[in-house]
Design a protein around this ligand. Sequence first.
Ligand SMILES: C[S@@+](CC[C@H](N)C(=O)[O-])C[C@H]1O[C@@H](n2cnc3c(N)ncnc32)[C@H](O)[C@@H]1O
Length: 386
Amino acid sequence: MPALPEDGDYVTIAQLVQPPTVPASGDPSREKVKRVDPFMFGQRYLEEGTDIFKYNAWDHVDTDDDYKAYAELQYSKQRDNPASDFHKNLYNSNPAKFWDRFYKNHNQNFFKDRKWLQQEFPILAEVTKKDAGPKVVLEVGAGAGNTAFPLVKNNENEEFIVHACDYSKNAVKVMRESEDYNEKYVRADVWDVTAQGEDSLPPGLGEGSVDVIILIFIISALAPNQWDAALQNVYRLLKPGGYVLFRDYGRGDLAQVRFKKERFLDENFYCRGDGTRVYFFDDEELRNIWGRWTPEKGLQLDDPAKQDNEEKQDGDEKEPIQSTEIPENGFEVINLAKDQRLLVNRQKKLKMYRCWLQARFRKRVAGDQLEDNTPEKLAKDIETTL
Ligand SMILES: C[S@@+](CC[C@H](N)C(=O)[O-])C[C@H]1O[C@@H](n2cnc3c(N)ncnc32)[C@H](O)[C@@H]1O
């Protein structure tokens, strides 16, 4: 297979790529199966010999080797042509200003309603059930309300409320002016998740008062040196055992590969044409950010090589945690998965690799054992029971 042209623009590349296929199963119903379980991300596999343009999207498609090489080349070009110091300072010093402009221009018309939420995060179906009792959800970086409003539309719980916070005043204005805005169930406020001092908690919420915190495409909008402050606030707000529901950009997503000159702010961190910032996470990095963060020491990312080594040595042989040795990390990583899809533009014959990360974290309850609810663990449990 010919390598992709080094200087090819993204359209050319998207026409030329040859995505990997899985062996043909001979089962025609397989390609029609839609997502059924959380974190399974659909079951439409691209099988050998299938017409790639038959559908708009294929699930679980990793990038091919030529594309990986092309992507690496783009990253090194981006690195060699970073944003100027002036622009770095402009975009990093007052990032809310650029999101304010964004919502002024796009109002509520940019992001799609997130209708898949209850499917992917069943806890959201639970807290909105009729008899679920008092439940408090906080959405951070709520934007125009594309998550909060669909949640409220499906809510049957009289004692449910979602606090939809964003640091952009215009985003909050858009939410408050929506015809779906009803303060009994949704309250929109301006709040910066990285705030410290007296504004470090959102209006109306105290320490340990929130059952579920939703972080959808928000942590990627922070600079890496702001992650620690954000996790600190999330930790303080959650009840012990409370959940974080996370979805964000994964490394290698087409949005990252496409960045041109003068957009690079730092490794995997860019500014878009409209001045908003975006980070692309690696799955192990994300596991370390959340799984190793401690309320006392904060982020534990300083020596990734050493951490990798420790993890390899630990392997699956980890000793069970004794009740006297209370682990100090603040969150358990319950699920963490990569959603890699191939999107197809049938008209232009484009094949585009997308990559998102999705996870559930839980605020640790002192002395609690790690709960492993991953599909792999559940499959293993079923196997051993049978
Ligand atoms: C990519 S948008 C996602 C919006 C929404 N979560 C969605 O998926 O439709 C990122 C949002 O995060 C907000 N945001 C960025 N940094 C923030 C911060 N430090 N505190 C609160 N909101 C922030 C932005 O204003 C923007 O609305």
